[in-house]
Each structure stands twice: as C-alpha cells, then as structure tokens.
Design a protein around this ligand. Sequence first.
Ligand SMILES: Cc1cc2nc3c(=O)[nH]c(=O)nc-3n(C[C@H](O)[C@H](O)[C@H](O)COP(=O)(O)O)c2cc1C
Length: 204
Amino acid sequence: MKVVGISGSPRVKGNTEYLVGFVLSKLSTKGAETELITLSDKSIAPCKACYHCVKEKDCSTKDDFQDIFAKMCGADALVIGSPVHHAGITAKLKGFLDRTGFVSRWIGSEMKKAGESYRWKGTALSRKILAPITVARRTGHTFALAQLLLWGSVNDLIIVSADYWPMAVAGAAAAVDAESDEEGLTIMERLVENIYFLLEKLPK
Ligand SMILES: Cc1cc2nc3c(=O)[nH]c(=O)nc-3n(C[C@H](O)[C@H](O)[C@H](O)COP(=O)(O)O)c2cc1C
C-alpha cells in the first residue's frame, strides 16, 4: 500500500503540511508506505497549454513535475491538501494539477479527429484513491474542496469521503495551529479509516 501526500501550501511546515502529514503518519502506523511531498520547495511552472502531452505523453516543461508525477503513478492513494487562497486552491497546486490531469489523460487516449467523439481510455491515475483536504483561517473551503473533487472526478480517481467535509480551520491570521482544531482532526482520523478501508479492497 503506497500513499503519496502532497501539500500545496507555499509555506514550510504550515497547516496543510501538518494535516497531510497527520493523515500519512496514521496510515503509516497501519502499515502503508507513505511519502510527503511539499510543493513549497519544488519548482512547478503552470500549464502552457502547448498540447505537447497529447502526442508525446509527457509535459514539455521540465521541472519537478516529472518526479512527482512518477511518484503519483506508483501510488495506490493520493492525499492532496491545499490552504484556501482567495476561496480556492493555491496557484502552484492548480498549475501542478492542470499538468498532472492533462498528461495522465493523454497517456492513454488520443485527440479525436474532426467529426469523431472522444472514447476515453482511463487516465494514468485511474482508480487511485484520492483524499482531498483543505484548510483556511475562516472561509472559502468549499470552493477549494470543489476544485480538488472536480479534478479527481474528471481524472478517473476514486474519491474518499469522511463523516464531515475533509477540512480544517486554522486560527488567527497566519497562525500555524491546525493541530488545535479538534473537530478537524477527528475528521482527518475518519478520512484515514476510510482510505485504509479502500486500500484493503484494492486488488493485490
Ligand atoms: C494569499 C492568501 C489568501 C488567503 N485566502 C483565504 C481565504 O480566502 N479564506 C480564508 O479563510 N483564509 C485565507 N487565507 C489564510 C490561509 O488559508 C490560512 O492561513 C491557512 O491556514 C494557510 O495554510 P498553510 O499554513 O498550509 O499555508 C489566505 C492566505 C493567503 C496567504
């Protein structure tokens, strides 16, 4: 069982990193092999919309994307967390997910010709488990969560839920205190249980 966690925060050791790390550490105690990837220290350009990936099955921009994408492809489950920035996910995570989504789509599928319909053949991330997490000081979680849910649901992933939306609240402006959001952590614990429940069902 391999689980890759991605923190989309530009902040080192911020709330998102804490929450994604929290979920990974609980999965690790259950026996999963886990890796936390932070985008804060990675070079990730936005998608150029060059459509190179349609034919070449890779992204034309060479940066840290390729290494992270390879790790995602080798994982059974992905835990993707973002702080809420202006009621959405961070710009860096959005750029990364745009590139991930397009490359993974075109790895298995071809651009349709004029007059044809698409017959999609899954993606490079098909049937991997996706656990999204968002954290904000106050509000905008649901829009950010919707971005992660829509990215997962267009890319053929299996989205895992919890017994509340998988989000946490950080305290005063710029505080790094997600660990004191008790309700948030119980939601993360349920998310862990449900990720593990699904991991055990995957074909060996
Ligand atoms: C550019 C920017 C925009 C933000 N927008 C929001 C927002 O829309 N709603 C909110 O509640 N908090 C907002 N925040 C606060 C962060 O969501 C909050 O501090 C969060 O805990 C940061 O997570 P991190 O420590 O993982 O970076 C914003 C912070 C920044 C830097």
